[in-house]
Design a protein around this ligand. Structure first.
Ligand SMILES: [Ca+2]
Ligand SMILES: [Ca+2]
Ligand SMILES: [Ca+2]
Length: 873
């Protein structure tokens, strides 16, 4: 329609080249005029269970074969005889805003679709439903959680809580679950059965999940060894709460065993009594909510079960139609469970804000065509300053005073770290006894890893690698990351701000190297089959690197870093951590050489010392043994050895590293099944060999580049398999799925650098289009970007949903995103079996399997933003 001459030319070409025509030329749309359809409903608001009657007319059209009816793009029926009508039965389970469409199909297959007709369904629900999940403990413990010195064991439909230390407050020991929706004015019935080894008492309650912990219901319960069933009825007198916390508080009484069964809370479903409008109104037309670069692909995705294309029109900010066309039917999309259409308006290149795409009367959020990524790189890098430990976060650098906070873990009470930290001693969660060590380290500084206050060498490693690789790429491309590029305390020290930021973490990692002359009992060999009975061997640990520095017990949310009262400990040195430092410090020795030779020298010494230690102790692995921090356990360090050797070779040119590299089966490889991650570093080594000038033979460099391009080509090809055009294979996103998109984009960006093939650059942009709103959740997974950005990450400080005085996340923080594989957090547990693929996501602070943020996810976001800023317009 917008290119009539092109259409005519295509027809002519078909006539001349009959054999090639059907395969290579788009089929012209039918030339018959689309039927005009009008839809009406017999009501606009439904407040009692009953029916909605829909009537469609197609005046002036005598060849209509049928009319198909849709509700928000979901096909609900069809009628092949006039009058064309449909009757929809509604009850409280359909509460929400329904938007109906009618599509007429002529006898020759030409279609026309009506304007959408909204109908609000707001029916009071008088039925009761079970509001707790797994109160029968038939499916294990999820989504119940505990806090305090207590362990929970499920057997025979009971959960038994073994309290080892009762503490001084009733809330020092808690067993509960979150996310209970309560309606103001509604009445609820709570029942459960309890017994205890010794007569004791506890409290049961429902409250607001966060400060000020407003109580909705509470009762004191006396319990004996004889099982007794308790029943309470109460009315919710406070404002409706979509996600109250239900708890048994068992602290400050006996350290005994309390067993619970048959826990049930019954009442009306949340929202049933007072259905709120608008909460179900995801935009049906999914676009990059930030916008599109003028010269680059612009494709929207629309879930709509029509097998025929739909009309679209792009409007500018003045509501002037600037382009129109028809969608392409992608069809069934396994990753979303939807039937998807795509609307391609790439031909529009005029810059402006406030564009809106209309598809069959449904409209997108407004978006921009322009230089939409101007700030993404600096925002993504700003995350690292804001997650620094050991330094105050100042309003002067973060803009919003609410984001400022005192320094965390600088040896000031109530903090118990990190200026003088010694090794964990005592019994770990699996029963192994650790003796501690004879030294303490000053390990202040570094970055907090994620939503917690732990600091990890493994995971710091891949994050540092990615940011230093970005610095090397920027240097190759002539991009300045110089003084003043970022908002940092070091923004006027005469050195690159990007390198200043990474140095903050490198100094922490260097501090975790074990002093010479230290013999520690360490577990050698793969002992993952018997982690409750590890065998220890006295080991010369000098030059090895501690795996991590974390709290010795998990803290609750929210908690500002400077308020963390937990003791901190160093955890035993591992081969993987040692190789992470060897690799990062080797990068450091190369990349800081010109600007800070003294630091580069220090890094080189540490890198060689770590390499020697790892070669001497090649099989000390991390396991999931300790509470208070993540394990980052990995029993395959072949990739870490290869990566460290690659970095050391690129820095030193020393033949011993090249000999080691050539003997590795990973040499020059980009393993297809092991994408870049904290525990998969082979790709990092190969990227360095492919990009850093060294003594490597040209043919080997070309082989490395070829392998990177081949891997990128596979990722690029995946776009066409996805209705939402993301670089992703299959239908089951895993933990941190958004970071997978970003790490694949790093490879595709390098493929563009190596080949100049713009389709790789386009594929990187398609990944960003997905992350910033063109997805089944109509969500921008990056805070501060788009109409529906990330707001409630799993984070102890950026936690306004738990404490209104705490800030929302700063701009440029990426969520881990949909996770359809692991539902272990309390919010995700309620989605298990009820979501499909890319829809398994909630923007909720409790959803750590879906909505955590971390250094190793924001690092590739910064890399990709830097790539796009430098290369694409
Ligand atoms: Ca009929
Ligand atoms: Ca600087
Ligand atoms: Ca590994």
């Amino acid at each position: 329609m917008s290119h009539p001459r092109l259409g005519a030319l295509a027809t002519l070409t078909c006539g001349l080249l009959l054999t090639a025509c059907s395969a290579s030329q788009p089929v012209d749309p039918p030339t018959a005029p689309a039927p005009t359809v009008t839809l009406s409903a017999d009501t606009t608001t439904v407040t009692a269970a009953g029916t909605v009657h829909l009537l469609a007319t197609a005046p002036g059209t005598d060849n209509v074969a049928r009319v198909v009816f849709y509700d928000r793009g979901r096909r609900i029926g069809e009628d092949s005889a006039a009058p064309y009508d449909a009757t929809v039965t509604v009850d409280p389970t359909q509460n929400g805003t329904h938007v109906y469409s009618a599509q007429a199909v002529t006898t020759t297959g030409v279609t026309g679709i009506s304007a959408p007709v909204p109908v609000d369904v707001r029916i009071k629900d008088t039925s009761t439903t079970e509001l707790l999940s797994n109160g029968t403990f038939s499916g294990g413990q999820d989504p119940w959680w505990t806090s305090g010195a207590v362990s929970a064991t499920v057997a025979g439909g009971e959960s038994c809580l073994n309290i080892t230390q009762a503490g001084t407050n009733v809330y020092d020991v808690i067993f509960g679950q979150a996310g209970i929706g309560l309606n103001q004015g509604a009445t609820y019935t709570l029942t459960f059965t309890a017994r205890a080894d010794q007569a004791t008492a506890f409290k049961t309650l429902l409250q607001y999940d966060g400060a000020p912990y407003t109580s909705y219901f509470a009762a004191d319960v006396d319990v004996t060894s004889i099982p007794k069933t308790y029943a309470y009825t109460f009315t919710m007198n406070e404002a409706s709460d979509p996600k109250a916390s239900f708890q048994f508080q068992l602290g400050a009484k006996l350290a005994t065993r309390v067993c619970l069964s048959g826990v049930s809370l019954k009442g009306p479903a949340y929202g049933a009594a007072v259905p709120a409008a608008g909460q179900d109104d995801l935009a049906l037309v999914r676009v990059n909510q930030t916008g599109y670069l003028p010269g680059k692909p612009k494709i929207a995705a629309i879930p709509f079960e029509s097998s025929a294309p739909l009309p679209w029109t792009l409007y500018d900010a003045n509501h002037t139609a600037v382009r129109s066309g028809r969608t392409t039917v992608f069809g069934a999309d396994a990753a979303s469970g939807e039937s998807v259409h795509q609307a391609d308006f790439s031909g529009v290149t005029t810059q402006g804000r406030g564009y809106v795409l209309d598809v069959a009367g449904f409209t997108s959020h407004p978006f921009e065509i322009g230089a939409v990524y101007g700030t993404l790189k600096t925002d993504a890098l700003g995350y690292f300053y804001q997650t620094r430990s050991g330094i105050p976060i100042e309003a002067a650098y973060v803009g919003d005073p609410a984001l400022a906070r005192p320094a965390g873990h600088t040896g000031t009470a109530p903090n118990q770290g990190d200026t003088r930290v010694t090794c964990f001693s005592g019994t770990d969660a699996r029963g192994n006894v650790w003796p501690g060590c004879a030294y303490s380290l000053n390990a202040a500084g570094g970055w907090y890893d994620a939503g917690d206050h732990g600091k990890y060498v493994v995971n710091g490693g891949v994050s540092v690698w990615t940011l230093l690789n970005l610095a090397e790429r920027d240097a190759r491309m002539g991009v300045q990351d110089g003084d003043g590029a970022l908002n940092l305390p070091e923004r006027a020290n005469g050195r690159s701000d990007l390198l200043d930021e990474v140095r903050w973490e490198l100094q922490f990692m260097l501090a975790l190297q074990v002093p010479d002359g230290q013999t520690l009992p360490l577990p050698h060999g793969d002992q993952s089959a018997h982690t409750s009975a590890l065998t220890f061997t006295p080991t010369d640990a000098g030059g090895m690197v501690h795996q991590k520095l974390t709290d010795v017990a998990w803290t609750g949310l929210p908690l500002r870093p400077d308020q963390d009262p937990q003791p901190r400990a160093l955890y035993y040195p591992t081969t993987a951590a040692t190789l992470n430092l060897a690799a990062n410090a080797a990068q450091c020795a190369r990349i800081y050489r010109a600007s800070n030779p003294a630091f580069a020298d220090r890094c080189l010494t540490a890198a060689k010392r770590a390499w020697t230690a790892a070669r001497a102790q090649p099989d000390v692995y991390a396991y999931d043994l300790f509470v208070g921090g993540g394990p980052y356990d990995d029993a395959n360090v072949n990739d870490e050895f290869y990566w460290a050797a690659a970095e050391l070779y690129a820095t030193t040119g020393d033949a011993q590293y090249l000999t080691f590299l050539r003997a590795s089966p990973l040499y020059l490889q980009v393993p297809a099944d092991k994408e870049l991650a904290w525990n998969e570093l082979a790709t990092a080594g190969t990227i360095t060999l492919a990009t850093v000038p060294s003594g490597l033979p040209a043919a080997d460099v070309q082989q490395a580049r070829g392998n990177i391009v081949a891997a990128a080509a596979r990722d690029r090809a995946d776009l066409a398999t996805q209705g939402y055009r993301l670089p992703f294979r299959g239908a089951m996103p895993e933990w941190g799925s958004n970071s997978g998109i970003l790490n694949r984009s790093v490879l595709m960006g390098l493929a563009y650098d190596f080949t100049g093939d713009a389709s790789y650059q386009d594929a990187v942009l398609e990944g960003l289009n997905y992350l910033l709103g063109r997805n089944p959740m109509d969500k921008s997974y990056v805070s501060g970007y788009g109409t529906r950005p990330l707001r409630n990450p799993h984070h102890r400080f950026w936690a306004p949903s738990l404490d209104a005085t705490l800030p929302a996340p700063p701009r440029g923080v990426v969520s881990g995103g949909p996770n359809a594989v692991n539902f272990s957090d309390p919010v995700a547990a309620k989605l298990r079996g009820r979501c499909t693929g890319l829809k398994c996501y909630v923007d909720d602070i409790g959803a750590y399997t879906m909505n955590e943020v971390t250094i190793n996810w924001n690092a590739p976001l910064a890399w990709v933003a830097g790539f796009v800023n430098q290369s694409a317009r």
